[in-house]
Structures are given as C-alpha cells and as structure tokens.
Ligand binder design. Structure first.
Ligand SMILES: [Zn+2]
Length: 454
C-alpha cells in the first residue's frame, strides 16, 4: 500500500481491513511488483529497465539451449521471450539507441549459439519467412508499434480519464510525433527488403531470387516449414549470402593474405561459394551426383506410390530405386539406357514413366544448377532429350512424349516449371519440400566438408 500526501510518499501505517487482516505499508525504499513492473509511487525507471533486459536475455538463452527446429526457436523467441519486454513499451522509457543495443545483444547471443552468422544479412533475420527471412521480431520496431497501439487507444477512447491524459499528457504514452511514425512502421518490411537488395554481397542472392523463372513461394519452402536445425539454417543462409570463408572471400572481403584464389579441389576455377556448391569438376561425379540422386529419389518413390508400384513410403534417405518397376498399366525406369534404332547421343534420362494405357511417356530429368542458371539449364535439358523423344515415340508407337526437367538450384531456388511439372505429374505438394530438402542438405554438407573440414 502506498500513501501519497502532496506528491510525496507518506508514512500512513498499515491499513486494517474489516476482517482484521492488514495491508502492509510500503516503506520508502521498498517496491512491489504489479503486472511484472516494480511499483512504488513513481515507477523506478532505471531498476525496471535493468530487470526487464535481464529477464529478456534470461529467456532468450533458455530458448536457445533447447532442441527446437529453426522456425520453432524463432517462434518461441517471438512469443515467450520478447513479449516479456514489449510489455513495458509505453510504460518505461526506451530510447532508440537502447532498443538497437538490445536487438544487437539478441543477435550476438544467436551467433554465440551458432544460429546467426555474424556476416550474414541482418535484414533477413527480421524479414517474414515467406519473404526469404527468418521472422524474428525486431525490438525497435515492435516497441514503436506497441507505443502506437497504446496512443491510438487513448486517442480513440473518450472516457474522462483518457481525455485528461490526452490533454495533460504522460509523455511516455502520448507524444505528438507518435502519429508521424505510423507510416514508418508500415514500411518497415519494405525498407528491410530494399536494404537487403542494395547490399553488394548479400544482394546477389536477392537478385537470383528475383529472376523471372523463380517460384518465390516454392523457393521459400524450407523457411516457411522451418524444419532445419537452427544452426543448419544459419549456415545455409550464410552460403546464400556468400559470407563463407572461401579463398576469394578471404582475399577480397576479409582482406587476408591468401596465396591463391584458385579452387582448393580442382585448382582450376576461382574458388567462390557458387563454384564449390555446384560447379567444381572434382566433386561433380561424387558429391553433386549424390545430391542430384537424393532429389530424384523423392520423385521416383512418389511416382511409384501413385501408380501402385510401391505399397508404402520408405523414409527418403533409406530409399533406393529399382532400375525397372512395372505393372499392367505403368512401367518406370530409373537411370536406364534406352536403346533406339538410330543411336542418339543422350539416351539415359534419370526417370522414364511409361503409361501403357494412354500410350504416353514422360521423361523426367533432374538438375541442381547455380542460382543464375535456372533458365539455361531448363532449355538445355529440353533440347537434350528432343532426339530421344522422337525415337521413342516412333519405336514404341506412342501418342505423346513429354520432357519435364525438374530444377532446383544449389541454394534451393525452385524453377517455376518444376512446380508446374510436379502438378502435371499429380505429385503431392510436399514433393517440393522433400526435393528441396535433399538439395539443401546436400549443399550444406558439401560446403561443410570442403570449407570447414575438421
Ligand atoms: Zn573446383
């Protein structure tokens, strides 16, 4: 209980209630906590801000120690750690600088746990997942918004007490500039996106994402589903942001004394992230092939299930396709050479689906190109199997032969025709999830093994 006389706390003694219990008087140096904020006659700004920050960071660390998936860990931060802080917006005074410091403290803590690469795009940490970000709440923005909600509430409520506050004004809650800040908040996401786009190095992946052929929503699947470990998600974004310590990065960005910028594997091309991820001849037949096959196996298994050639789903990493599977209606080939009367150069597509009833064939071929080569790879694949298509149509007396290249870039970019073809093949929507997952895990493994060998 606090008794106030002429604006000062006074010693009024305990208050006795009708049932004989007493409410203790609050001594001058004591405080009590109400709705999480230390109260006395005046709210103690300094102690409260320290308490609030400590509570926030305690919760952040507690969450980062868990085994949650990438999306769930951010979700936990947004719904359990950050609200403990936001609650004080408009009650305690936070300066812009203080809020920025708190955002930075959360980022460095994420880095400490391997969940945010220190040189990765900061913008992406705060962009929504469906826009290529990780969806973490930004304190500075959230506090501004919270304050605004509060001031909107006071502005729109017409009880005498609210009106009194509006005219006499608690400057923490109502400040004239609040209303001017409104459009700024609405544009926050837009500004993050622009800033990401404008960055010399990070902006390259933004440009790749913006290519006309890219299925944006499909390409963000791993983020919206958020199934990766938070550490793997951070590594993968660092790969996309090209902040991995390759030889060219070490020399030109880190300015380290590097003897050569040629690739440590092939000693031929310049060693960039994109080169190691998808263009090095040394690992084409091994690591790239394994990644390519893992993506293809997903599609093979789903097709066989659909045509009744398989009875149950095997976990994708344990699945190994049979070269030929067949029933009365369908025959599916995996990596089989097709003999033709007139020899054709490219006669071994990844998958051939022969529909015996309709007398049609679909040639399916997989590629994991560099981000910038989506269109080129698609056109190449189409052309590559033209001759084979003609030969098969004549020899097998088919009504139709279609070539469907399925393409996901080494950084997970989904070609819009990949999405279209999967629909034409009537595969379930999670086909894209599993295919992209195979590619992403492949790329992360390649970069980890080549650039960070232990
Ligand atoms: Zn190489």
């Amino acid at each position: 209980m606090v008794e106030v006389k002429r604006g000062k706390m006074a010693n009024g003694g305990n208050i006795e209630m009708v049932d004989g219990r007493e409410i203790a008087e609050l001594k001058l140096e004591q405080r009590y906590k109400y709705l999480g904020i230390q109260q006395t006659y005046e709210i103690r700004q300094k102690e409260n801000t320290e308490d609030t920050k400590n509570e926030l960071m305690k919760r952040v660390r507690k969450i980062l120690k868990t085994q949650l998936s990438a999306r769930n860990i951010i979700e936990a931060l947004n719904t359990w750690a950050i609200p403990s802080f936001l609650y004080t917006a408009g009650v305690l005074t936070w300066t812009k600088t203080e809020l920025q410091q708190i955002d930075r403290r959360i980022r460095t803590t994420l880095t400490e746990y391997g969940m945010h690469h220190p040189n990765s795009a900061i913008e992406r940490l705060y962009l929504p997942r469906k826009q290529g970000g990780r969806g973490l709440t930004n304190m500075e923005q959230a506090c501004l918004k919270e304050k605004q909600n509060l001031s909107t509430y006071f502005r729109n409520t017409h009880l005498p007490v609210q009106q009194w506050i509006m005219t006499h004004g608690d400057r923490n809650i109502i400040t004239p500039e609040d209303s001017a800040e409104e459009p700024v908040i609405q544009n926050h996401i837009e500004r993050l996106e622009q800033s990401w786009q404008a960055k010399a190095l990070h902006g390259r992946f933004h440009a790749s994402l913006s290519q006309q052929e890219v299925d944006q929503a499909g390409s963000h699947t791993y983020l919206t589903q958020g199934y990766l470990y938070p550490q793997s998600e951070a590594t993968f974004l660092a790969i996309q942001d090209q902040v991995v310590p390759t030889r060219t990065y070490s020399k030109y960005v880190m300015k380290l004394p590097v003897e050569t910028t040629k690739c440590r594997l092939c000693n031929d091309a310049e060693e960039s992230v994109q080169h190691i991820s998808s263009a090095c001849s040394t690992i084409a037949g091994t690591k790239y092939l394994a990644r390519h096959d893992n993506m293809g196996k997903v599609v093979h298994q789903l097709l066989c299930l659909q045509y009744g050639l398989l009875q149950s789903l095997t976990p994708h990493h344990l699945y190994s396709p049979q070269p030929i599977v067949e029933n009365d209606s369908f025959k599916v080939y995996w990596d089989i050479t097709i003999s033709t009367d007139i020899a054709v150069e490219h006669n071994r597509p990844d998958v051939v689906v022969w529909n015996k009833i309709n007398r049609t064939v679909v040639i399916v071929d997989f590629t994991v190109p560099m981000d910038g080569n989506l269109k080129k790879s698609y056109d190449e694949k189409k052309k590559k199997y033209e001759a084979l298509s003609r030969q098969m149509r004549d020899m097998w007396r088919l009504n139709k032969v279609e070539v469907m290249p399925l393409i996901i870039s080494c950084n997970g970019l989904v070609h819009e025709f990949t999405t279209k073809h999967l629909r034409q093949l009537k595969l379930p929507p999670n086909a894209i999830t599993w295919m992209q997952k195979a590619v992403i895990l492949g790329t992360i493994n390649i970069i980890r093994q080549v650039v960070y060998p232990h």
